[in-house]
Design a protein around this ligand. Structure first.
Ligand code: BES
Ligand code: ZN
Length: 458
């Protein structure tokens, strides 16, 4: 059978693929850092060349206002379905560098069967599995069993708007039956998963201004509002001790967890005690009345990501700062609307902010949560493909992370995305010592090769 020849080729090329992945990981394509713009472009160029070598048609670098998109297609399977493979070649900044166990996060290190480097799992390693699966088919059979479009972007980690513009302007070109994305995780070691839900996001920066200049806290404290104190008051008002967000109307549109979901989550092999121990925390916290998996995957949350203001250098300084700021976000669930949450948040701050200060609210990314159906021909094909590639039937899970393009593909192209994650939850994406299991890399390549076959229609 054709797929057997593909799998033999993939097995024979394991070390070649690993070397290619290392080359891609050596390119520091940090989309957020403009001094790395040439490297970011080099990563796009690497992906373009790889797709051209594989033998796809219409391989192109598409310029945007910032980082280029890479597009390729192979549409020579008339009557067969079409999938659009999406991934991103950009990565998060590697800083801070001290906690990394290797001198350079962009010089991959292989340890205990894992490849360590920034972007190993998010998303270069995962994205690359699909390219190698396409290569397996093209280099053995000389064709693909279905039609394939590939779209790899370079602004995922900065919430760039250029992909959104491109998708809106190219709906015909991108038309497909399903989108396939590998940018999530498996449930656990040896337990692959299909993710059917992602959270949305509403991200803000709240900046509080007080006096014209920093002041002596002895001379002016008690008389003049302290923006840091005020910020602390506002932030403390956002969540109650029961773990609920205390913003009016926030929970109104929240779709409750369904009974089957709660029952299925409860059956998963998850130990709260082990989870707690692994993270090194003294207890798990969160909204009352929900299990840890329910809170992580399907309940909205609020987190502060950074605070600034006053003096945090060495030793004391009795300053009464004139300005303080916080970055914070709400992770959203269906059917919360990020724009409505922004309005609710602004109304809340207006209500609780004490006198004596002014403030501004900057709105960063926003994306709605997504839920995709678990009972479609595409999902069934993915289940069979993962079972063939990983040797284990995948479970269904939701995730707390956000992939805004999933919502975009639904609204613009009217299609569901298959979220086939090959990562692990301890892969440290966005953190130091990011890794990706090489076994999962090769299993992911095989699952993707099987997916193309499983999608065929008689
Ligand atoms: N791959 C992640 C999203 C993810 C991580 C989904 C883990 C499921 C499990 C993605 O690259 C990411 O980090 N997204 C951002 C989105 C934001 C910048 C709009 C996120 O979730 O913080
Ligand atoms: Zn990411």
């Amino acid at each position: 059978m054709a797929i057997d020849r593909v799998i033999t080729f993939l097995d024979a090329h394991r070390s070649v693929f690993e070397e290619q992945l290392k080359t891609l990981l050596r390119i520091p394509s940090v989309s957020a850092q403009s001094e790395r713009d040439n490297d970011t472009r080099a990563a796009a160029e690497f992906v373009r060349k790889d797709l051209a070598t594989i033998g796809l048609n219409e391989v192109a670098l598409i310029e945007t206002k910032r980082h280029p998109l890479v597009y390729a297609e192979w549409l020579d399977a008339p009557g067969q379905p079409t999938i659009l493979i999406y991934g991103h070649y950009d990565v998060q900044p590697a800083e801070p560098l001290e906690p990394w166990n290797q001198p350079d996060p962009f010089e991959p290190v292989i340890r205990d069967g894992n490849i360590y480097a920034r972007g190993a799992t998010d998303d270069k390693g995962q994205m690359f599995t699909h390219l190698k699966a396409l290569e397996g088919w093209m280099k053995t059979v000389g064709s693909l069993p279905i039609n394939v479009k590939v779209l790899i972007e370079g602004e995922e980690e900065i919430g760039g708007k250029n992909l959104e513009i491109f998708v809106a302007e190219n709906r015909e070109k991108l038309a497909c039956d399903y989108v396939v994305i590998s940018d999530t995780s498996q449930f656990a070691l040896g337990l692959p998963a299909i993710t059917y839900g992602l959270k949305g996001l509403a991200y803000f920066e709240l900046i509080v201004h007080g006096a014209k200049t920093d002041l002596h806290s002895g001379m002016f404290g008690g008389a003049v509002a302290n923006p840091l104190n005020v910020l602390a008051t506002i932030l403390a008002s956002l969540m109650g001790p029961d773990g609920k967000v205390r913003i009016e109307g926030f929970y109104d549109p929240v779709r409750p967890l369904l009974d089957w979901e709660r029952a299925d989550f409860a059956k998963l092999p998850f130990s709260e005690a082990e989870f707690q121990a692994k993270l090194g925390v003294t207890s798990l916290v969160g909204e009352e009345g929900y299990t840890t998996l329910e809170r992580k995957w399907a309940r909205p949350t609020c987190d502060v990501h950074g605070l600034y203001g006053g003096y945090s250098g060495e030793g004391p300084k009795t300053v009464l700062p004139c300005k303080a700021g916080a970055k914070l976000s709400f992770r959203l669930v269906p059917d919360q609307d990020p724009l409505a949450v922004a309005e609710q948040f602004k109304a809340h701050v207006a209500k609780v902010c004490p006198p004596g200060v002014t403030y501004e609210i900057k709105e960063h990314h926003g994306a709605p949560a997504v839920l995709v159906g678990v009972d479609s021909p595409g999902v069934h094909a993915a289940v069979r493909a993962i079972e063939a590639g990983f040797g284990t039937r995948p479970i269904f899970m939701r995730e707390g992370g956000s992939i805004p393009v999933v919502g975009l593909f639904k609204t613009q192209l009217g299609v569901d995305t298959l979220l086939l994650g090959w990562g692990q939850d301890d892969d440290n994406l966005h953190g130091p010592n990011e890794k990706f299991s090489l076994d999962d890399f090769h299993r992911g390549i095989k699952a993707s090769a099987h997916l193309l076959a499983e999608f065929t229609r008689d």
